[in-house]
Design a binder for this molecule. Structure first.
Ligand code: ATP
Length: 299
């Protein structure tokens, strides 16, 4: 009986491993398929990075021809500047990030990085220059360390340790049963939204790209997670040109420029203080979010 059990047990192990590998592959293919519709132009050039400025010039875009999302959208981000885009749900904020990364092709206008139209560049050189902290970070079924190193598989141990510290993950990792060797992902430790975002920040640090996109999670984080992420973000953004897609205005009060989007159009822009003096849509959003936060505190 025992003789039969051992091979069967082994077969079960092999089956589970194959299933796991296939699921990972499916996840990867899902991502690849999305990117496959956009390819390099025959004469595509490498991006010549200078200071990492970004410009959306008269950009119009719709996911479907019959529904326009962005109309003649204009935005300039100077090198090293932190620009936040705010606005109601569905206004087109995340779409801007997807277009800059060239997940979709614009209908008209231009998107320029250091003065170069992104359609004339190789996708690889464009995407190497941009690092994204997405709303929902995908974690692989592997150790937490592997998940962080995914930002740059060639990173040294020292680089990884530095990223862990800068992303404020040290304390979290020390609390885990096997430290950074702890398995995470679907079949491992469940990781909170805030911890996932800090893992994404560590990945971004390792990628060392001059342009940073931070797509803030829609779901509310507790105030401790939010403040840990904010501190990490501020440190990471230093020296980067950054675009922050923000849902909570409290996270972007320090931005150099805040752009207020309504149905794909810029309705107001300025610093937090300038926008408040306008007493317009931003002031309305700010007051609404302040009331919501106070209600949360009382609960
Ligand atoms: P939120 O604050 O809810 O994240 P957002 O301002 O980031 O919203 P986008 O995700 O940019 O909004 O979406 C803008 C509009 O485009 C929405 O109406 C959305 O339904 C639509 N949209 C987004 N992605 C797609 C897609 N892949 N196909 C079709 N329509 C889409």
């Amino acid at each position: 009986m025992i003789q039969l059990f051992i091979p069967l047990n082994f077969l079960g192990f092999v089956y589970r491993e194959i299933r796991r590998a296939l699921t990972d592959l499916e996840n990867m293919l899902g991502l690849l398929q999305r990117k496959a519709s956009i390819v390099d132009a025959p004469d595509a050039r490498e991006l010549q990075l200078q200071q990492a400025s970004i410009e959306f010039r008269d950009v119009s875009f719709g996911y479907q021809a019959e529904r326009v999302i962005l109309q003649q959208f204009n935005l300039k981000i100077a090198p090293g500047q932190k620009v936040a885009v705010v606005g109601s749900s569905g206004a087109g904020k995340s779409t801007l990030a997807r277009l800059l990364y060239r997940f979709y092709e614009i209908n008209s206008g231009q998107i320029l990085v250091d003065g170069q139209d992104i359609r004339s560049l190789t996708l690889d050189s464009l995407r190497r220059a941009i690092a994204i902290v997405p709303q929902d970070t995908v974690l692989f079924n592997s150790s937490i360390r592997d998940n962080i190193a995914y930002g740059n598989p060639a990173a040294s141990q020292q680089d990884i340790d530095q990223a862990i510290d800068l992303a404020h993950l040290r304390h979290f990792i020390q609390s885990l049963p096997q430290g950074d060797a702890t398995l995470v992902g679907e079949r491992g430790l469940k990781v909170s939204g805030g911890e996932k975002q800090r893992i994404a920040i560590a990945r971004v640090l390792l990628k060392r790209s001059p342009i940073l996109i931070f797509d803030e999670a829609t779901s509310a984080l507790d105030s401790q997670s939010e403040s840990a992420i904010l501190t990490a973000m501020r440190e990471v953004a230093t020296g980067h040109t950054s675009l922050v897609i923000a849902h909570r205005l409290s996270t972007v009060v320090d931005a150099d420029l805040i752009v207020v989007l309504q149905q794909g159009k810029v309705v107001e822009q300025g610093s937090h203080q300038q926008l408040l003096t306008l007493n317009g849509y931003y002031t309305e959003l700010w007051a609404l979010q302040q009331r919501e936060q106070q209600a949360d505190v009382k609960e």
